[in-house]
Design a protein around this ligand. Structure first.
Ligand code: GLN
Ligand code: ZN
Length: 790
């Protein structure tokens, strides 16, 4: 109904991009079939074309006036841009001409080589190719989302060229289906800033002059194909930019406006406000500017004040980063005066960013609580919301009275719902005192108590928690979930897995054991499912990287812990051994950062609620006899705000939440934490302030580079820098791990040093884990012997 209303009106409702994976993860299935050789390239490309066609048709039907193209990607849109611009490192063997799927996926996933039989490198070998393979491009998080992109890599003497016409092809593909689209491109400055240069003397941004002609060529081809507008994304505008980057933006958009004057550019920034980049943004010679009014609602006035009268403003009013339904009448209160002042045709309304970061369609969720469901909006529903706003703005609120009332009613009901607000949680939060976040004694005292209670050798060995999630484990879990395997049978199965893992750890001589986490589907979901205030979807998948999708929990209400969550499994595992068994918990900051979070209370408050719930679990584990409790904060670092000046506030409440969870432990209980990264240089003091007795971190890939942080800062507590890279199937040799330990000893005192892998082992196979951990234990023993002999 809404699309009809748009005829005769200027374009108003814009989409910046939609999920690529399909409502039922069709892209994942197509990719995995292709990678495994079960289907050919044509099948994959047909599936991709089908997803694009369905996305355009769905958006059109929902009433979107401005449809995006080139928002689709087979793997990642940043990788696509590297390929379009010919930024393909020589290692991938591209020699000009069309870039094959094989090259594209080699950049995305690496390519296994076949090594001459005697090469001795230890890498896996594959038939048919006589090379050492090539690793994938580096992958890292896209701004502050949980989406990961492939880092562009620039070589010495980097040149660019238009190596793929994907954006033009997809524009024409849409056109042939009857859809006029606005192609989406990642902008040159953000592209360069996201990349890494192999040659440290050539920072990526210095490649701009090389790059701009290729962008101009691409824009020229888009215009020739019939595009009148193009959306160019420069989310770097939501980050700290120095004068050089601001100048690069000015230079880029002057260049492109001069080179392709017939094409109008909508410059899109999102994930935050322009702030100190506002003048730079408003000064760019572009036809339109998109602003994120969900993350930074207050910037509207400043933008309205400073914007040229003929600048089209795209107002990102529907939250593309969260799952909550909007209060539409309230949004109209803000939008109506803007349209009245600037005129229809000069204003567009849009999601705050691409809808890539939210699940596809709420209608698929049949199991959610009815109230909760009425408070939510996924991608499809968010476009429906825009259509309602559009109708109200064009014709008047009277044309959508019922829809607006319904949205306001849902907002009111959510704000007052007893499902959201638990007075007991509020009371408990109010009674938190600063002492509750302090251990009884300082680390030096605790360490003494812990050593006396639990003597460990020098360089104690341990693992991070999970053991391989084998096919058997996954099959049993899904059979149990489907009801095909009874509770008792499943429980017995898990006990057997756990018992075998414990026995094996004893056999190989690890010092501190884990139960293996076989009962856990995911380190956040497992806890979310047992806490009040969290809900889980059946199809709420969001792309994490490539074919990998996650289903983040929805944190909708006050959090509490009805009963102990992990104690029985810990008790069982500890009953099997005399060695210490770590209790294994996920920390509050990580649970928060990997969930869709409430927008009606500050993140810090939600985090503190979770902290209190996990604190209860620490109490129960301790009461059951656990003397070591690990509280994982895998995602603490990735929650860092985009702008540096917001870091201290975030780190303060994140650290405080962790401490609130951990500090209840007695001096003699050793608190461990684990973090899946090593880039600590900027946050080392916050890490130390967490005051965990032992921290394990990732370092083997970077050859202990992290320890740079320790050169200038002496970390006070105990630490296990990972010596085994669990991200690779390769089995590290004793010698390699010994060398890493020697490197670690240059910065870390012997009595502080633990020996462990980089992360949990759930993604590995037992065939890899067994020899690797046997070697790891041997490396620790060797070091002890060397010291004893010296
Ligand atoms: N304890 C978790 C595991 O071993 C930690 C995982 C993580 O840090 N991502 O699986
Ligand atoms: Zn980890």
């Amino acid at each position: 109904m809404f699309s009809k209303l748009s005829s005769g009106h200027p374009a108003l409702i814009a989409s910046l991009g939609v999920p690529r994976i399909g409502p039922r993860r069709e892209l994942k299935a197509a990719l995995e079939a292709y990678w495994s050789g079960r289907s050919g390239a044509e099948t994959l490309l047909d599936a991709a074309a089908g997803l694009r066609a369905a996305n355009w048709a769905r958006q059109k039907a929902l009433g979107v006036d401005i449809l995006p193209s080139n928002d689709f990607s087979l793997y990642d849109h940043v990788l696509d841009m590297s390929v379009v611009l010919g930024a393909i490192p020589a290692a991938y063997g591209w020699e000009g001409g069309p870039v094959s799927l094989d090259t594209y996926f080699a950049m995305a996933r690496g390519r296994t080589g076949v090594h001459p039989a005697a090469c001795g490198c230890g890498q896996p070998h594959e038939a048919g190719r006589a090379d050492h393979g090539v690793p994938a491009l580096e992958m890292t998080k896209w701004f502050d989302t949980n989406y990961h992109y492939m880092v562009p890599e620039f070589e010495a003497g980097q040149r660019f060229c238009l190596a793929s016409l994907k954006p033009v092809e997809e524009f024409l593909e849409a056109k042939s289906l009857g859809f006029h689209t606005r192609p989406v491109l990642l902008g040159p400055v953000t592209f360069l800033l996201l990349g890494k240069s192999k040659d440290p003397s050539v920072p990526p941004i210095t490649l701009l002059e090389e790059l701009l002609p290729v962008y101009a060529q691409l824009l020229g081809k888009l215009a020739a194909a019939g595009a009148d507008w193009v959306q160019i994304d420069e989310p770097c505008l939501a980050t700290d930019l120095g004068p050089d980057a601001q100048a690069a933006l000015a230079r880029s958009y002057r260049y492109l406006a001069d080179a392709v004057p017939q094409l109008k550019i909508l410059l899109a920034s999102y994930f935050g406000g322009f702030e100190e980049n506002l003048q730079a943004a408003l000064g760019l010679p572009v036809a339109g500017l998109h602003l994120d009014l969900c993350r930074a609602p207050d910037q509207l006035e400043a933008v309205l004040d400073g914007a040229r009268p003929d600048l089209t403003l795209s107002l990102g009013v529907i939250d593309g980063r969260n799952v909550w339904r909007a209060n539409l009448p309230r949004l109209l209160d803000r939008l109506e005066p803007v349209i009245a002042a600037r005129g229809a045709g000069q204003v567009q309304i849009a999601p705050s960013c691409s809808l890539l970061h939210v699940p596809v369609d709420l209608d698929l969720e049949t199991g959610l609580d009815g109230d909760l469901k009425s408070w939510l909006a996924f991608a499809v529903q968010k476009l429906e919301e825009l259509a309602i706003l559009g109708t109200a703005l064009r014709i008047g609120r009277g044309a959508v009275t019922a829809e607006l009332e319904e949205a306001a009613r849902a907002a009111g009901q959510r704000a007052a719902s007893a499902k959201v607000h638990d007075p007991a949680v509020a009371a408990r939060l109010a009674s938190v005192t600063p002492e509750m976040a302090e251990r009884a004694s300082p680390f030096a005292v605790r360490a003494g108590v812990q050593r006396a209670a639990l003597p460990l050798p020098l360089f104690p060995t341990t693992t991070i928690g999970s053991f391989p999630q084998t096919d058997a484990v996954r099959k049993a879990r899904s059979a149990h979930a489907r009801g095909e395997m009874g509770d008792g049978a499943y429980e017995n199965f898990l006990r057997r897995q756990t018992a075998e893992a414990v026995q094996w750890q004893e056999e190989i001589g690890l010092d501190v054991l884990v139960h293996g986490e076989f009962e856990r589907n995911d380190m956040v979901q497992y806890f979310g499912e047992q806490l009040s205030g969290f809900a889980f979807t059946a199809f709420g998948w969001v792309q994490s990287y490539g074919s990998r999708c996650v289903r983040p929990p929805i944190l909708f209400g006050d959090v509490s812990r009805p009963k102990a969550m992990t104690v029985e499994w810990w008790r069982y595992a500890q009953s099997l051994t005399a060695k210490p068994m770590k209790g294994m918990l996920t920390g509050p900051v990580t649970i928060l950062n990997w969930s869709f979070v409430r927008d009606d209370i500050p993140r810090s408050e939600a985090c503190r609620q979770i902290a209190l719930a996990i604190r209860d679990e620490v109490v129960d584990l301790e009461a059951a006899g656990a003397r070591m409790i690990q509280i994982d904060e895998a995602a603490l670092r990735e929650g860092l705000p985009l702008r540096r000046r917001d870091w201290p506030a975030y780190l303060a409440w994140a650290v405080e939440s962790f401490r609130l969870t951990a500090a209840v432990a007695a001096d003699g209980t050793q608190i461990h934490t684990h973090m899946c990264y090593s880039d600590f240089n900027s946050i080392i003091e916050a890490i130390a302030a967490m005051d965990a007795d032992v921290i394990s971190i990732e370092t083997s890939r970077s050859k202990m580079e992290l320890l740079d942080a320790f050169r200038s800062y002496s970390y006070p507590n105990e630490i296990g820098p990972g010596v085994y890279d669990i991200h690779s199937p390769r089995v590290p040799e004793i010698r390699e791990m010994s060398e890493l330990l020697l490197l670690a000893r240059e910065q870390i005192a012997d009595r502080q040093l633990w020996v462990n892998p980089d992360c949990g082992l759930k993604t590995r196979k037992w065939e890899e884990v067994r020899p690797a951990l046997i070697n790891m234990v041997a490396a620790a023993r060797l070091l002890r012997q060397t010291l004893a002999a010296a």
